[in-house]
Write a new protein. Structure first.
Length: 495
């Protein structure tokens, strides 16, 4: 057993030992309670049987007194002594039972009539005249006495004096020590068996707990061996119990961590690359800047442009970093028709293009109006950068669903929709299929540029994707009829 130390210096007991200790405590209490209960039941049965025996013996004698016949005379018994002798000759006592007859007045030392029994001399009641005197003088018919020789249970039936004779009493005495000893022996036997059961439980519990907790120890060992450079370790999953589910969950967490660290490394490399370029440009121009005022003015302009670009990159990076927060988007009820129209008005100033409000969906949805406007403006800006003056760019929204009444006409109404789409469609050169898979990643602009060269850092579409996912939606790239690219933001109305 390994006992480690807690941060405060106290011993830290392993889960295996704690489980075993709790199991042993519960079993010890349960087995002890069973043993005590059995002993109590046995002792109660002994007391009940003795009470029944005393009642039976005294009842039989009480019935014999008025009905008994003296075998010598054929008539009624004329003395208590004769009655007791005849009755005792006809009775067979149990091993721990004494049947006695007492003659004489209560309070005096009685004469004892007894059966021939082989009882231990130190426990036989007929030898204890002081106790017999007490029983004979007692007013009760039943009683219990504690003697140095042990407990004594007794019952008696008094016999009135006959003409010229002495009164008497029939006494039944029972020594319960032997039967109580049997109950105690059963109790100690149960305790011994309980101890053996606890020892067996300790061994079996230790082995079973170790087998059950082996994956947990493997999780701890694997977690201790994980580093940022090595996240490839996985836990083998065996079975279909809770421990196997824990191993699967831990492996899934490792998969996510490995993907997150890989994405972080790529992000850091890409961010470093994107920021290194303007820094190099600024440093180069500052180093080559001369004393000519025109040269200095041109250098300052170029440096300012690069610093502005760096500032935009940093702002975009901060925005993407904030996309992981739960309050990145703050949905509230928004009229989709008004939002679409407002976006159209704002984007018309982005460039000399043929702007067209393609259609609106007239319904209320829950979304973050500012974030959605930011995404749509970014898509429109992207369309402007990849088209030439005079080309058409369409802005619109529509409702999709089994009960949606959709139309491309402005002002179309929607009864109910499963989801809504906001889109920006251009008629530029389009996006090659090999680029469609990567353009939504950070710092990725695709292997080939469409249209004119841009100065962006490749974060615009990544921001749009983050906004869509913040609304539990998605961003899709579709082909525009007649050529071009259509970016569609799809949102579930239930979200």
């Amino acid at each position: 057993m390994t006992v480690s130390r807690s941060p405060l210096g106290f011993p830290r007991i392993s889960a295996r030992v704690r489980i075993l200790l709790w199991l042993l405590v519960v079993m010890a209490v349960a087995l002890g309670a069973v043993a005590v209960t059995v002993r109590s039941i046995l002792q109660r049965d002994v007391d009940h049987r003795i009470s029944q025996l005393l009642t039976q013996e005294t009842g039989e004698f009480a019935n014999f007194v008025p009905q008994g016949v003296d075998p010598d005379t054929g008539g009624r018994f004329d003395t208590a002594d004769r009655l007791l002798r005849v009755y005792l000759q006809r009775q067979y006592a149990d091993p721990d039972e004494e049947l006695l007859g007492l003659t004489g007045r209560p309070g005096d030392r009685p004469d004892v009539i007894r059966q021939r029994r082989d009882l231990p001399p130190d426990t036989a009641l007929w030898r204890d005249r002081a106790t017999l005197t007490r029983i004979h003088a007692a007013k009760d018919s039943f009683g219990t006495l504690e003697r140095p020789q042990g407990e004594l249970r007794w019952a008696k039936v008094e016999i009135g004096p006959s003409a010229g004779g002495q009164p008497g009493a029939f006494v039944v005495a029972f020594h319960p020590e032997r039967e109580r000893a049997v109950a105690d022996k059963t109790f100690w036997t149960l305790l011994a068996l309980s101890g053996v059961a606890l020892l067996m439980t300790t061994g079996i519990g230790w082995a079973v707990a170790g087998r059950i907790l082996a994956p947990v120890r493997l999780v701890r060992t694997t977690a201790a061996e994980l580093t940022e450079q090595d996240l490839t370790r996985r836990i083998p999953v065996e079975g279909r119990d809770d421990i196997a589910a824990l191993a699967e969950t831990f492996n899934g967490m490792l998969d996510r961590l490995e993907a997150a660290f890989a994405a972080q490394r790529v992000f850091v490399d890409d961010a470093g690359h994107e920021l290194r370029t303007p820094i190099t440009i600024v440093r180069g121009h500052l180093e080559l800047m001369g004393d000519d005022p025109a040269d200095r003015e041109e250098t300052v302009r170029l440096v300012t442009d690069e610093l502005d670009r760096m500032s935009r990159i940093v702002e975009d990076l901060l925005l993407l970093a904030g996309a992981e927060r739960p309050d990145f988007v703050r949905p509230e009820p928004v009229q989709l028709a008004e939002l679409t129209a407002d976006v159209f008005v704002k984007v018309r100033t982005l460039g000399d293009r043929e702007w067209h409000l393609d259609g609106v969906a007239d319904l209320e949805v829950r979304l973050d109006e500012q974030r959605m406007t930011q995404a749509m403006v970014q898509l429109a800006q992207n369309a402007v950068q990849h088209t030439v003056p005079g080309q058409r760019i369409r802005i619109g929204s529509r409702a999709i669903g089994s009960q949606a009444i959709g139309s491309r006409a402005i002002g179309s109404r929607t009864a109910e929709a499963d989801r809504v789409e906001l889109y920006v469609a251009d008629h530029g050169p389009g996006i090659p299929p090999e680029d469609a898979e990567v353009i939504f990643e950070r710092f990725r602009r695709g292997t080939s540029r469409r249209g004119t060269r841009t100065s962006g850092a490749g974060l615009g579409l990544a921001i749009v994707k983050a906004i869509a996912e913040g609304h539990h939606g998605r961003i899709e790239l579709r082909r525009t009829e007649g050529g071009g690219a259509t970016f569609v933001l799809t949102l579930e109305t239930a979200s």
